[in-house]
Write a protein that binds this ligand. Structure first.
Ligand code: VTB
Length: 332
């Protein structure tokens, strides 16, 4: 007797792609990790870009890069609009940050990752490479528990109340930048703690999804818009809330954003506005951080750690891989 499980082809393929995208971020991470600590941000980034592009082009997809390394003329690879994949298979949007935290990698500091998201064609926000205001919390709270336009102190108090704790039991993650001095001061004024990071707010936002383990309840601050879309794709898989607004303060930026489909420059984007459909998200550690271990080069074996998430099921997998003979197969 044979059992027949019918899975729609699109879903089946997407299941397979979940593991395929792990290869993509793994290779990017290994290539970048070879340049850890050499002070060469551009070279490390380029190595990750080249590896990621090579691997993306092996996938059975008709992919379009919607969040990439920049516009076509300034970024020769993985530019916004670039077609990737074998030009066969589902039409998908691709968001990449082949080396999120180039400075972290160049200085060999914790938290650099290689990351990407994949979603049904036309479902990821096409965000220009500008700054974005962001606020994020993990799952389990009523919708709107915190809001982008509420004051930081108000948001801390609202979150503390919803969590049933005193504000002093709340920790907020913030990028350590001068522009955040007032924000940090106001958060601390409520009694809450601030955890500062020098770079890497994709991982920063993901930390909010598991406060018991990460000790982080909320992310607030201004960072890159591309990183915002990647973080939204991750939260779409694991749950949580996020609100963001593009910072378009020059006419040139507004025109560029408009060309990319941004109708209302003041719009507040929720997770579903940035990642509308089903999506996959993967990140591989380049340097060891609180989310992932970095690449380890051992004799004859390269070890990687990757987290891969799928929104359809909400499954989160941590994949530790041992790679042998990467050079022989021209895979890195
Ligand atoms: C942000 C953040 C990134 O760079 O884009 C930040 O989202 C840029 O801010 O994770 P600055 O221009 O102030 O450096 C990262 O930290 C790293 O790319």
């Amino acid at each position: 007797m044979s059992t027949h499980i019918s899975v729609p082809p699109q879903l089946l393929l997407e299941r397979i792609l979940t593991l395929e995208i792990v290869r993509v971020t793994e290779r990017a991470a290994v290539s970048a990790a070879r340049l850890r600590g050499h002070g060469k941000e551009k070279e490390a980034d380029q190595a990750a870009v080249d590896a990621m592009r090579r691997e993306l082009n092996k996938l059975p997809i008709e992919g379009t890069v919607v969040i990439g390394e920049g516009e076509r003329d300034e970024a020769p690879m993985l530019f916004i609009g670039e077609k990737v994949g074998m030009n066969a298979g589902p039409k998908v949007d691709i968001a990449v940050d082949p080396l999120e935290g180039t400075t972290l990698c160049a200085k060999n500091m914790p938290g650099a990752i290689a990351t990407m998201a994949m979603a049904d064609g036309g479902t990821l926000l096409h965000a220009p490479d500008v700054y974005m205001q962001k606020i994020a919390v993990g799952p389990g709270y009523a919708k709107g528990v915190v809001e982008l336009d509420a004051s930081p102190s108000d948001n801390v108090r609202r979150l503390a109340k919803a969590k049933g704790v005193d504000p002093s039991a709340i920790t907020v993650l913030v990028l350590d930048r001068l522009r955040h001095a007032d924000l940090i001061h106001e958060i601390r004024g409520t009694g809450a703690a601030v955890r500062l990071i020098t770079d890497g707010d994709v991982a920063g936002v993901i930390h909010c999804a598991d406060p018991d383990n990460t000790g982080v309840d909320m992310y607030i601050g201004t960072g890159g818009a591309p990183e915002g879309v990647l973080a939204a794709a991750a939260l779409r898989c694991i749950g949580g809330q996020m609100q963001c607004r593009l910072i378009l303060d020059t006419e040139e930026q507004r025109v560029r954003a408009h060309k990319m489909g941004v109708k209302d420059p003041r719009m507040i984007y929720g997770i579903e506005d940035m990642a509308k459909g089903d999506c996959l998200f993967a990140a591989t550690g380049v340097t060891t951080g609180s989310l992932l271990s970095g690449v380890k080069f051992r004799k004859g074996v390269i070890e990687t750690e990757t987290v891969v998430m799928r929104s359809v099921t909400g499954t989160v997998r941590y994949i530790k891989a041992e790679h042998r003979q990467l050079e022989k197969f021209h895979l890195d």
